[in-house]
Structure formats: structure tokens, C-alpha cells
Ligand binder design. Structure first.
Ligand code: PLP
Length: 382
């Protein structure tokens, strides 16, 4: 039977993610548009984003936090290009984004001593094989496979190499132990539902030391450069962005941060995301045709929740047909206006992906499940 109740918000995309409950464009009315970001007011807004983010995430004293160009990709690239080289690298790749960073390290930077610790979609690299005498590059949460690292116990303290962590689909929804990491990156478009295009880069004192004492043998474009005369360009981490940010995006980021504070800060955000994962788990448990792509609950993401279809009818189809079925389920739901953008990532196994980050309401997911069941039945019956 076709359900009648619809989710209040049909946005379940894994990025850009749903806006916070109650958001409307009026949240941007106070944006400092048409003004210089280097004016007193502009700079104050940028600093406010940094201060609120630092407080919410518990960024330790002595760590730098700055707004950088080109979203999370920009932040990760800045780190890889500026820091890698002096040590061997362990790069962890268990889904598409991790694999992308490996391509950069091996094919673009052409570093000679790289160990790629890979794993299939739904699984995680062997974390016990990580050598902390080397630099380590990894994503805390693999957005395209729905797999996250289970804990922080595999990161020794102290360590010799730099732990460089792409945390874009993890921060504000999971405990990310920033004090144990040397580089943490994210963008605004994920867990707090902000706009794309700006990245955030967090650096440990050891990462700063590397920046000040190591000069890569390759050239660095202006938007990657974090030092001046061999010293950290501290302005970048005080709101003097390298180039011009969007003050609309800045206002929106502030709106997301204030909402997060109002609902109870990081613990409340994490609780909301875990509740979303729990709701999906309950539905999966009572639904024979669907299962988590990540079989091990310890590594299951609470943000990018990836599902596979385990119906024998589906399993018997050739790969291309499977991909078509999954896409049809997603497009049926989109046409109905009940769920947008929930087909699995283009390189990942055919299935569905539901965003369960903090801006998504558990009730909306619960209402959606009946729709997914219905849409799957429709597609199966042809
Ligand atoms: C783990 C991970 N890394 C990097 C990116 C790229 O982020 P952006 O488009 O914000 O640069 C994404 C986007 O989904 C991601 O999930």
C-alpha cells in the first residue's frame, strides 16, 4: 500500500546535507553581503565562526583552526601538498574518497614510499597494520561506503608521523579525538547543513612545526600556502582568509553553529545522529530485503548510512540491472517528493544511502521507511 504520511523534510542527501530543522533563508538576512570580508565586521564574522567551531568541537588550545578555499577537498589537498614528503606514508583507502587521496599521493605527488592499506566497500583497512612512524592519511568516516573507524585506540600517543584525517562526514556527529590528530579537515556542507565551498583546516602544534621546518620540493599555489618566510601565516587562522569567502555562506555556517549550541552542543548532535542510525537499524532488522553494507556494527556510520539489497531476486540480476533497480527505487521516491538523493554513490555497490547526520529528524526517517518498502515493491513488480 502506498503510504500517505510524508517526511516533513525529504532531504536525505549525503552532501550538501539537510538544513537544520526550522531553517529558512531568513537565517541569512543579517549576512554581511556587499561588504569586504576584511572589514572590521567581516573579519569579526569569520572569527566568530572559528571561535564557535573551536568551542563546539573542543579543539585543544595550541591547535590552529582556519577557513580555507575549496571545501573539504581544498583543506585536505592543502595538507597533503604542504606536509607530505619527509616520511613514508600509510594511506588508508576503503572507499571512494580515501582512494582519491591515494591517487593524489601516488600519482600527483609521486611519493616513493607509500603503503596503501585498502579494503573493500563495507569493510575497513587493517588498522593494526598502521605504522605511526610514518605519516597516516585517512577518512574518519567513509561517506561512500558507510564505514567509520571504530574508535581511536589504534592511534598511539605520542606518535612520530602526522595523522592527517579527512573528517568531513564525521565532525559534529561523532567523537573525533582532535587532540590525537595532527590535521583534521571538514566542510560546512555536511553535518550542520551549511553551504558548500569553504573548508575548515585544523592543525596540531606538530603539524605547524612540520610546516615551518619543511619545504616541499614541488611548487605550491597561493591557495595552498600556509607559511610566510618560514613561519606559519597565523592570519589564516584568525579570520584573514587566503582569498574571498562568501559572507552568505559564513552567515549560514554561523546559523548552523548557533543551532547546534542551542540544542545542547556536541553531545546532543551525536545523540541525534546515533538515534538516526538506531532507527535505520530497527527498520533493517524487520525488513528482509535490505541490510547494511557494513556488516560489522562497530564500523557502521551514523551519518552516511549505506544499505544493500539482499533479496534473492535482486542478487540473481546482473550488475547493471542491480544498479538500475537501486536507481529506480531512489528516483521513484524523488518523484514522490519523499526522499531526495538516496541512491548509493556512483562508484559504490548498488544500493541506497540515507544521511543520518544531526540535521536529519528521526521521525522523518521513520516515516520514510514505509515509502522505501513501497517503492522497492513497485520496482520489483515492474
Ligand atoms: C569523506 C569525504 N571527503 C571529501 C569529500 C569532498 O568534500 P567537498 O565536496 O566538501 O570538498 C567528501 C564529500 O562528500 C567526503 O565525504
Amino acid at each position: 500500500m502506498k503510504p500517505t504520511v510524508r517526511p516533513n523534510n525529504p532531504c536525505f542527501s549525503s552532501g550538501p546535507c539537510a538544513k537544520r530543522p526550522g531553517w529558512s533563508v531568513s537565517a541569512l538576512e543579517t549576512a554581511l553581503v556587499g561588504r569586504s570580508h576584511r572589514s572590521k565586521g567581516g573579519r569579526a564574522r569569520l572569527q566568530e565562526v572559528l571561535e564557535r567551531s573551536r568551542a563546539l568541537l573542543g579543539v585543544p588550545d595550541g591547535y590552529q583552526i582556519g577557513i580555507v578555499p575549496a571545501s573539504d577537498t581544498g583543506a585536505v589537498e592543502m595538507a597533503l601538498w604542504s606536509l607530505l614528503g619527509p616520511l613514508g606514508v600509510d594511506a588508508l583507502a576503503w572507499e571512494s574518497f580515501g582512494k582519491g587521496w591515494v591517487t593524489d599521493i601516488v600519482k600527483q605527488l609521486k611519493l616513493p614510499d607509500v603503503r596503501v592499506l585498502s579494503a573493500d566497500y563495507g569493510k575497513i583497512s587493517d588498522l593494526s597494520a598502521v605504522d605511526d612512524d610514518r605519516d597516516v592519511v585517512f577518512a574518519w568516516n567513509g561517506t561512500t561506503s558507510g564505514v567509520r573507524v571504530p574508535d581511536e585506540n589504534w592511534i598511539p600517543e605520542p606518535h612520530e608521523g602526522l595523522f592527517i584525517c579527512d573528517a568531513t562526514s564525521a565532525v559534529f556527529a561523532m567523537e573525533v579525538p582532535i587532540a590525537k590528530l595532527d590535521v583534521v579537515t571538514y566542510s560546512w556542507q555536511k553535518v550542520l547543513g551549511g553551504e558548500g565551498q569553504h573548508g575548515v583546516l585544523i592543525l596540531s602544534p606538530r603539524a605547524v612545526k612540520r610546516l615551518e621546518n619543511y619545504q616541499p620540493s614541488w611548487p605550491l599555489p597561493k591557495i595552498f600556502r600556509m607559511t610566510k618566510g618560514g613561519k606559519l601565516d597565523e592570519g589564516i587562522f584568525k579570520g584573514d582568509t587566503i582569498n574571498t569567502p562568501s559572507m552568505l555562506c559564513v552567515e549560514d555556517a554561523l546559523d548552523g553553529l548557533k543551532w547546534a549550541e542551542d540544542i545542547g552542543g556536541l553531545p546532543a548532535l551525536i545523540k541525534r545522529s546515533e538515534a538516526n542510525l538506531a532507527a535505520v537499524a530497527e527498520w533493517v532488522a524487520r525488513t528482509p530485503w535490505v541490510d547494511f553494507l557494513a556488516e560489522d556494527p562497530e564500523i557502521r556510520s551514523s551519518t552516511s548510512i549505506c544499505l544493500k539489497i539482499v533479496d534473492p531476486w535482486f542478487a540473481a540480476l546482473p550488475d547493471e540491472e542491480q544498479a538500475k533497480v537501486a536507481k529506480q527505487v531512489a528516483s521513484t521516491l524523488e518523484t514522490e517528493g519523499v526522499a531526495y538523493d538516496i541512491a548509493s554513490y556512483r562508484d559504490a555497490p548498488a544500493g541506497l544511502r540515507l544521511w543520518g547526520g544531526a540535521t536529519v529528524q528521526r521521525q522523518d526517517l521513520e516515516v520514510l521507511f514505509a515509502w522505501i518498502d513501497w517503492a522497492y515493491g513497485q520496482v520489483k513488480e515492474g
